[in-house]
Design a protein around this ligand. Structure first.
Ligand SMILES: O=C(O)CCC(=O)C(=O)O
Ligand SMILES: [Fe+2]
Length: 279
């Protein structure tokens, strides 16, 4: 029988008793409800071929093909999130929200573990509902009126260190040319709840403020948003899967397993434009 158990009090839930590749519509609606309630859901021991991964993703939404990640050769709608044993950088080592650099950011990501180092390689998730809630009423009010610019240029563009260094991590730097404007506090499309929406990887500065003027408050928010109190740390096994909601959390992949290979398959789910939360 399918069960849902919260990972901790703020973010994440484990879902047991189901194989996502063959789940019923009723089980899928339980999974989707848990995703809406907990922002990220974790599964263990999933047997999932690339075709089944794609089939499951399509039951959620259209697939958004990430233009910077290396595609799986046989199934190019799946992105390969891989660190080879001789590489030193990994994907997602800074706190971030996937695709916040798009004007219509991805709803979520489905990450499936194929090869895991013997130790390390955990992923951290931070609730941006909890981060917002913990702010003072005064700062909350100020942030309701602000928007911020997000970009992929500095992370994936032609001058980005990662684009030029280790060739296999990212591709298509010439596609990193657009910026996107989003509210700093969004009304979450599923829950209607306010969530903080700035992240240190892709957010540049507040709209109408210079980068210099933005930096002190932006850095304070970035630090606050990922306080331990708002996070859960997930340990992967081969066959584990996580499905997270980019509008409700930030995440970060620890890079603490040098000398070992880690291989994940990711499908990114299409999202919708974000609206401001205004009391
Ligand atoms: O490898 C991971 O644990 C997560 C990497 C990442 O940030 C992503 O796939 O979006
Ligand atoms: Fe990510």
């Amino acid at each position: 029988m399918i069960t849902v158990s919260p990972a901790n009090d703020v973010v994440g839930a484990f879902i047991d008793g189901v194989q996502v590749a063959s789940c019923s519509n009723e089980e899928l609606s339980i999974i989707r409800q848990a995703y809406a309630d907990h922002a990220v859901v974790f599964f263990r021991d999933q047997e999932l071929t690339p075709d089944e991964h794609i089939g499951f993703a399509k039951r959620w939404s259209r697939i958004n093909v990430n233009r910077f990640f290396t595609p799986v050769e046989t199934h190019p709608v799946i992105a390969e999130v891989c660190k080879e044993s001789d590489q030193t950088q990994n994907i997602g080592q800074e706190w971030h929200t996937d695709h916040s650099y798009d004007q219509v950011p991805a709803m979520g990501s489905m990450l499936y573990a194929r090869e895991i180092p013997p130790i390390g390689g955990d992923t951290l998730f931070a609730s941006q509902y909890a981060a917002y809630e913990a702010l003072s009423d005064g700062l909350k009010k100020t942030l309701h009126d602000l928007k911020a610019w997000h970009s992929s240029r500095h992370a994936f563009g032609v001058n980005a260190p990662m684009a030029n260094g280790e060739g296999t991590l990212f591709s298509n730097p010439e596609a990193a040319t657009q910026d996107a404007l989003h509210p700093v506090v969004i009304r979450h499309p599923l829950s209607g709840r306010p969530a903080l929406y700035v992240n240190p990887d892709f957010t540049l500065h507040f709209d109408g403020w210079t980068p210099e003027e933005s930096a002190p408050l932006m850095q304070q928010l970035w630090g606050h948003a990922v306080s331990d109190d708002f996070t859960y740390r997930f340990r992967w096994d081969v066959g584990s899967m996580a499905i997270w909601d980019n509008r409700a959390l930030q995440h970060r992949a620890l890079n603490d397993y040098h000398g070992h290979r880690r291989l994940m398959h990711r499908i990114t789910l299409e999202g919708e434009p974000l609206e401001a939360f205004t009391d």
